[in-house]
Ligand binder design. Structure first.
Ligand code: HEM
Length: 516
């Protein structure tokens, strides 16, 4: 048995740990309410302590609330712990190549190098103009809503924003759902991603024996998306061949990944690239949209923080039409608002790893294959680490303004992007996307409300990431912004080849975006 991340001698065995009562075969599966699972896990940690045991079907789970143990496990990848195999197997069974998020071992190492090359800070700077254009399109959409006095379905519009931003960079093609309500990609992804989540949690794998109409529809969507990704990859190859300078100055993630895959003995090919196009969409859309939705809600609830963030935007980045990366980079307080939101509302509140062999975690002997699931906000809401922990105080994230600690130590406790060698490679891109959207919102509009219909606290709903339920945004144009407003012409958007709506209608209904 290896020593693993044990700091102390083995005092307990996994099977002796406390935990909620289990039924034979099902374990705790009968108690789990999937959309609120994270809150159930958090509540059980109050009852059973920082280390307890669960069983979901045949899966044994060690739940860990202590941030230092969680960080030690995350840092001990890929040698002792890996990404759990379940979701990757389901994705492969659907017919997709496995991208970085689900890869393990040597495949993960090779792909990680390629993906990190695509997120090189110099390249991300090159993506700035495309992201700023998408933020200005969101401004146009919200201006129309403000003038018409109509409420905005916040979650749905932010999904359009992140779809346009990330799909644009991952496909290397303009995907303008904000202006056209074009959502064909989303209609397919809205079948694929929820099915992946459902099947990962399923105790009975019925789809392997009985094919329902929904399973056949899923197969059709998988074929469409795979075919489209292959075509985008082929087009990017053609662009790189026509203009080799794109290898050092790529315009998007796809060109950057292909250039990195083609370098030396990377051991990667177009299948790895295609797998990672899908991963960018899966990992980069809901996470960023949900974090933005929570941030806007919390800013609306905290007028002093809102005022300070707006002052900063009007001082540093007042004109969306002339934004530069430096201006957006100077929005420290706005960024602190995002960090504070992620402390209170981390969109990945549960982060599982899987023991590769028998090991120890904080003195607990853990058998191979056990899931070690980190409760990511347990310590972030503890007064030992953050004074007045339930208060929304962005200042804590500014080095000079942190009472009782520094922003650096706060980042070691609240880990919304994970930690260690598999830390989120998209975090700087996500922060830039969020700061662009917030700068646009605060500079151009007054927020009349960002609440649920009855003003109650929005419920947290967990699928792949944790979203607020039912937030409606009402905006009023700021006087100065309204005077400046000109409808910015955007080039006509070609519907990406291969993603025409079934039946040839390129402009399908828009409701699917909201449903994820
Ligand atoms: C606010 C937005 C985001 C949050 C909160 C977030 C959070 C996370 C977390 C918690 C992980 C797991 C890290 C770990 O295992 O230690 C992760 C991994 C990952 N994220 Fe993000 N993410 C965000 C945005 C993005 C974006 C925009 C992209 C890409 C376009 C992205 C791409 C990835 C990928 C590829 C991985 C897998 C890394 C690996 O396994 O090596 N994420 N993210």
């Amino acid at each position: 048995m290896s020593t693993g991340v044990a700091q102390a001698p083995a005092v307990r065995r996994f099977h002796e740990l406390p935990g909620p009562p289990r039924l034979p075969w099902l374990g705790n599966a009968w108690q789990i309410d999937a959309p609120r699972m994270h809150q159930q896990f958090e509540a059980w940690s109050k009852r059973y302590g920082p280390f307890y045991r669960l069983q979901l079907g045949r899966r044994d789970i060690l739940v860990v609330a202590d941030h230092s143990v969680i960080a030690a496990v995350l840092r001990d990848r890929p040698e002792r712990f890996r990404r759990p195999l379940y979701s990757g197997r389901i994705l492969a069974e659907m017919g997709f190549e496995l991208g970085l998020f689900f890869a393990n071992d040597e495949t993960w190492r090779r792909q990680r190098r390629m993906v990190m090359a695509a997120f090189d800070p110099g390249h991300v700077r090159g993506y700035f103009p495309a992201l700023a254009t998408v933020a200005r399109r969101l401004q146009g959409r919200w201006r129309q809503a403000a003038r018409a006095g109509t409420p905005i379905d916040l979650q749905a519009d932010l999904m359009r924003y992140t779809v346009d931003a990330i799909a644009g960079l991952a496909f290397g093609a303009d995907v303008n759902t904000l202006e056209s309500d074009e959502d064909v990609i989303q209609r397919h992804l809205n079948r694929i991603f929820p099915a992946l989540y459902r099947r990962t949690l399923a105790v009975v794998r019925h789809w392997r024996y009985i094919r329902l109409p929904s399973d056949r529809a899923l197969d059709a969507s998988v074929r469409e998306v795979k075919g489209a990704i292959d075509r985008f990859v082929a087009q990017a190859h053609a662009r790189l061949q026509a203009d080799p300078s794109l290898r050092s100055r790529p315009h998007n993630l796809l060109e950057a990944m292909i250039a990195a895959a083609e370098e030396g003995d990377s051991g990667l090919d177009d299948r790895d690239v295609a797998g990672n196009v899908l991963i960018m969409l899966l990992a980069g859309e809901d996470t960023t949209a949900n974090t933005l939705a929570w941030t806007i809600h919390l800013l609306h609830r905290h007028p002093e923080a809102l005022r300070r963030a707006r002052d900063e935007v009007l001082r540093e980045a007042p004109e969306p039409a002339r934004w530069t990366p430096e201006q957006i980079g100077a929005l420290d307080y706005v960024e602190a608002c995002a960090h504070e939101t992620m402390r209170l509302k981390p969109v990945a509140p549960l982060l599982p790893s899987q023991a590769i062999a028998d090991t120890r975690v904080a003195g607990i002997e853990v058998p191979a294959e056990t899931l070690i699931t980190g409760l990511m906000r347990h310590d972030a809401l503890d007064a030992r680490h953050f004074p007045d922990p339930m208060a929304f105080r962005p200042e804590r994230w500014l080095d000079a303004g942190t009472p009782g600690g520094t922003a650096g130590s706060a980042k070691r406790i609240s880990m919304p992007f994970g930690a260690g060698p598999r830390i989120c490679p998209g975090r700087y891109l996500a922060l830039m996307e969020m700061k662009l959207a917030l700068a646009m919102l605060l500079g151009s509009f007054e927020i009349e409300s960002a609440e649920t219909a009855d003003g109650s606290e929005p419920r947290e709903r967990l699928t792949f990431s944790m979203a607020p339920e039912g937030l409606r945004l009402r905006l009023r144009e700021r006087a100065a912004a309204a005077a400046d407003a000109t409808v910015e012409p955007t080039p006509p958007t070609a519907v990406p080849p291969g993603l025409q709506a079934p039946g040839g209608d390129p402009n399908g209904a828009s409701s699917a975006v909201a449903s994820r």
